[in-house]
Design a protein around this ligand. Structure first.
Ligand code: NAG
Ligand code: NAG
Ligand code: NAG
Ligand code: NAG
Ligand code: NAG
Ligand code: NAG
Ligand code: NAG
Ligand code: NAG
Ligand code: NAG
Ligand code: NAG
Length: 819
């Protein structure tokens, strides 16, 4: 019969030969077929097994021992490895239920009432098949070749050989190896095509991420998908970059076969597994799977699980002891759920073993009641709410006096104060960027042995109890006399409390900056020192000169910008703007580290970006820039602008985008600078409305020149000019050109495009001819021309610019820029 079918298909669909051959050995499931859990009183099977016998679809026993779940598993001896689960967060299914392939899809009926009916897949179905790849597919009613649904498009925590992870889906780890419901981690594509892993309940900010494809392959322009092929290679596709290549695939015994899977495991680690089967002669036809199997890990994203954020829960830290990651509570904390084992547990959550009411009631004056316990070699990947350089003693004292301070981390001469809960902490032995963590515990409090690191040998984890006792006595006596004083001199007390409130307020105006990651407040003298008296000018922006400098013990390089062109700018407005800038986190934006306000002096401190400006790279250096590189730079800039426009809390219009303020780092990643400053010059953008000079260089949108309000579309215009400059490697206005029509880049580009003479736009020598990518060039020119339309409404959004440049979206034919 199978050969009959093949014969018919050969007649009707000669181009489907391969598919037909495959379909012939598949075992089909037809509309009406039923499954029931194993211990139901029916004669229905409990699963549909693939023809190789390696995969099954159906009811498997739920991890908690009660009821069932529906899924796909890999059969290996007596072990079952679940690779997919339907509706994973639904409660377990009772044993008197059935799963049926109906014309409306795959329907689960629980009991007899209609309410218990759920579709596992709700596509009109004719037949279905459990394929040997582990993919469960449903075919349409019309054709058994047209797939209407497949489990490969709805991964849970695993992709199998032949399966892809794309922008449309994500991997979410399971709660435990037996409970397949949503667990602690997910891995998904961001809008910038970066594949990133985060803890599930985090705010998914950059500081929560623990793995990213762009960290692996910084040169990679956004990737389309992560593919696991049937030979065990785990690669990003287009461009191909492999996380793991399976080299020993070829030299395996003849009678073995392998099945590969990549799983985001319970612990958040992405691992590639190989299941090796020794195929018994003839077993491929029967349902009985191969006799034995071996599992081994071919690759994993982390060898040290402590690098996975959220591996340890709140107020516990991770330490790697001889290759085993384990969690421990910080000193003064005890596990939340005493049922979980005392230490060593993944996701250990800890709470304070004392109340901190005392602190709040006494307004911080009770600090004498606390002792400090310290832990060395700590790294906390969370943001402090407050940070300042000071001595360790001062830091110790500062945290004790501050009721908000749950713990402090002293690193490189800087005191970082954290509120509870402390997250993402780990002990990193022998690393340079760790610090000493300070915890306050009530005097006389005995630290449980297991909360500290190997405590007796660690001289720093000792509480000074005797001294604590004295301090308690002192402070008790002190409080009594203080009460007397209150009674006698109450007016003095009121005055004191007001002074106290004032100091608190001015301290918390600093807090405004620290919501995300604290910005450092520098004194002017510090910056004079850091820049050796503003001697090394590295550039001059619209707002003032930029100087190179270094700070800290490790001589971190910084760029200091002196803001010179502000008129009567209030300090509060300035702080508000800086706060907005400090909240931006994007790899294509230059990061603000700190600021200095002293009277009329206003300075901003940025990370130092080492490779000069884009203007320098394009116009000054003669270095050959491959087209791939140019496209990457164009996309970098586009992503940065799109982030400012669409993903910031406060939309930021750059207003002054040009190659001079796009900086290149050592990997030639473009980073936009000078953003967020335009709004500082209210009300009508006067001070950054540049001089004629700037209008002449041609980056400003026409509506700007006509005094209209700046909008995001003005940035799109500037971006278009920058894009054309990247393509042509010439300035937007060039006077020394052979013919007058070439002076203005946008009209010259349009002329070349309209007359199909794009080669006139680029100068290239024989060597570079190899690299010419006319398709990319044309796409970039078309997008550039769309961006520089005089009519703002004709310009695309930055999001669409990115999609068009990446080739996801067709680029329309641009009209002439000027109407
Ligand atoms: C199956 O039958 C046995 C005995 O007849 C009964 O105890 C059990 O509850 C039945 N199970 C279901 C799922 O109906
Ligand atoms: C089943 O799994 C356990 C551990 O998960 C492993 O030690 C054992 O070898 C496996 N058995 C087979 C037959 O694969
Ligand atoms: C069968 O389904 C009914 C609901 O229709 C439910 O009340 C009953 O407990 C179920 N029986 C078993 C054995 O799960
Ligand atoms: C996965 O991607 C590859 C390469 O792009 C493609 O050939 C294959 O059909 C995809 N697989 C699925 C299941 O979509
Ligand atoms: C995430 O938050 C939800 C809702 O608060 C909660 O039900 C779930 O258990 C949390 N997940 C984890 C892994 O903590
Ligand atoms: C597989 O082949 C090896 C030698 O190549 C042989 O020793 C072994 O018995 C074979 N196993 C099976 C199950 O056929
Ligand atoms: C912190 O200060 C207390 C006294 O207030 C002192 O006993 C302790 O040793 C200090 N700890 C560190 C790490 O400096
Ligand atoms: C840290 O350094 C010390 C001495 O330099 C060495 O004995 C120890 O093994 C190192 N520890 C690790 C984890 O590298
Ligand atoms: C918690 O506090 C109590 C009372 O101070 C103490 O006996 C106990 O040892 C503490 N537990 C830990 C783990 O420090
Ligand atoms: C400390 O941990 C060990 C195992 O690491 C355990 O045997 C011991 O009971 C723990 N101590 C306390 C006080 O819980």
């Amino acid at each position: 019969m199978a050969s009959n079918r093949i014969h018919v298909l050969f007649l009707w669909l000669p181009f489907c030969v391969a598919l037909a051959a495959e379909a012939a050995v598949e075992k089909s499931i037809w509309s009406g077929d039923l499954l029931s859990p194993p211990d139901s009183n029916t004669t229905n099977p409990s699963s549909w097994v693939s023809s190789s016998g390696h995969f099954a679809f159906g009811f498997y026993r739920h991890g908690n021992g009660h009821g069932y779940a529906i899924g796909i598993w890999l059969i290996a001896g007596t072990n079952e490895t679940v690779v997919w689960t339907a509706n994973r967060d639904d409660p377990p299914i009772s044993s008197n239920s059935t799963l049926q392939l109906t014309v409306d899809g795959l329907l689960l009926k629980q009991g007899s009432d209609a309410q218990g009916q759920v579709y596992v897949a709700s596509e009109p179905a004719g037949s279905a098949s459990m394929l040997d790849s582990g993919n469960f597919v449903i075919y349409s009613q019309e054709s058994s070749f047209f797939v209407v649904w497949q489990s490969f498009h709805h991964p849970t925590d695993t992709i199998l050989g032949g399966q892809n992870l794309t922008i449309l889906n994500q991997l979410v780890s399971s709660r435990s190896t037996s409970d397949r419901s949503t667990g602690h981690y997910y891995l998904a594509y961001q809008r910038d095509n970066n594949l990133v892993a985060y803890p599930v309940n985090s705010s998914s900010q950059p500081l929560d991420a623990y793995w990213a494809s762009m960290d692996y392959f910084p040169y990679m322009i956004g990737v389309e998908q992560l593919s696991l092929d049937t030979k065990g290679n785990l690669c990003f596709i287009a461009p191909t970059q492999c996380l793991a290549t399976n080299t020993h695939h070829q030299n395996k015994p003849q009678n073995t076969s392998s099945i590969y899977r990549a799983t985001l495991d319970v612990d958040g680690n992405l691992r590639l597994y190989e299941h090796l089967f020794e195929d018994v002669e003839g077993s491929t036809i029967t349902n009985s799977p191969s006799s034995s199997s071996l599992v081994h890990t071919l690759w994993q994203a982390f060898t040290d699980e402590c690098q996975i954020k959220g591996f340890c829960g709140s107020n516990s830290f991770c330490s790697n002891i001889r290759g085993n990651a384990r969690c421990q509570c910080y000193p003064g904390f005890v596990p939340y759920n005493t049922k979980t084992s005392y230490s060593n547990a993944m996701f250990l959550e800890c709470k304070l073993n004392y109340t901190k009411d005392d602190c709040e009631r006494s307004g911080g004056r009770n600090y004498l009641l606390y002792n400090t316990v310290s832990l060395e070699e700590m790294r906390w990947d969370d943001c402090p709410y407050w940070a300042k350089p000071m001595s360790m003693e001062a830091c110790n004292k500062s945290c004790k006096e501050d009721c908000d301070c749950g713990a402090a981390l002293y690193t490189n001469g800087q005191c970082n104060k954290y509120s509870l809960p402390v997250r993402y902490g780990r002990k990193v032995p022998n690393a340079s960027d760790t610090g000493m963590a300070l915890f306050k515990v009530p005097s006389g409090y005995v630290i449980g042995k297991n909360t500290t690191t190997s405590s007796p040998k660690n001289p720093n984890a000792i509480v000074n109890n005797q001294r604590g006792l004295i301090l308690i006595l002192a402070s008790t006596l002190g409080s009594i006399s203080f009460l007397c004083v209150v009674f006698v001199v109450s007016i003095f007390f009121i005055y004191r409390s007001q002074v106290h409130r004032f100091t608190k307020l001015s301290a918390s105006s600093n807090l405004g900056f620290t919501e995300e990651c604290s910005l450092r407040s520098f004194s002017f003298d510090e910056l004079v020192k850091a820049t050796s008296g503003f001697t090394e000018e590295v550039g001059r922006g619209s707002f003032g000169a930029v100087y190179r400098g270094t700070i800290g013990e490790n001589s971190k390089r910084i760029a200091v910008k002196r803001i010179e062109k502000f008129v009567d700018e209030g300090e509060r407005e300035f702080r508000a703007e800086i706060t907005a800038i400090s909240r931006t986190h994007h790899r294509n934006l230059v990061k603000l580290i700190g600021f200095c306000i002293e009277g009329s002096r206003k300075l901003l401190v940025y990370e130092y970006v080492s490779n000069g400006s884009l203007a320098n790279l394009l116009f000054k250096t003669k270095k050959h820039l491959p087209w791939k590189e140019r496209l990457k730079i164009a996309l970098d800039v586009a992503r940065g602008v799109q982030y400012l426009h669409e993903e910031c809390e406060v939309r930021i219009v750059h207003c002054n985008l040009k190659p001079h303020n796009i900086l290149m780092d050592e990997l030639l990643t473009a980073k936009i600078s000078d953003f967020g400053l335009a709004r500082l010059s209210k009300p009508e953008l006067s001070s950054i409305r540049p001089d004629k000079n700037e209008v002449r260089t041609g980056y400003l949108a026409p509506e700007w020149q006509k005094e209209a309000l700046a909008s995001v579309k003005a940035d799109v215009f500037s971006y278009g000019i920058v894009l054309l400059e990247i393509v042509c490697r010439r300035r937007s206005i060039e006077v020394n050109v052979p013919s007058p029509e070439e002076v203005l880049l946008s009209s010259w580009a349009y002329h070349c495009f309209a007359t199909e003479q794009l080669h006139k736009l680029v100068a290239y020598n024989e060597d570079e001819k190899q690299d010419m990518d006319w398709k990319t060039l044309e796409r970039m020119v078309k997008v550039g021309l769309l961006c520089v339309q005089d009519d703002p409404s004709l310009r695309p959004s930055m999001r669409n610019v990115i999609l068009m440049l990446e080739g996801w979206k067709d680029v329309p034919i641009p009209p002439s820029p000027s109407c």
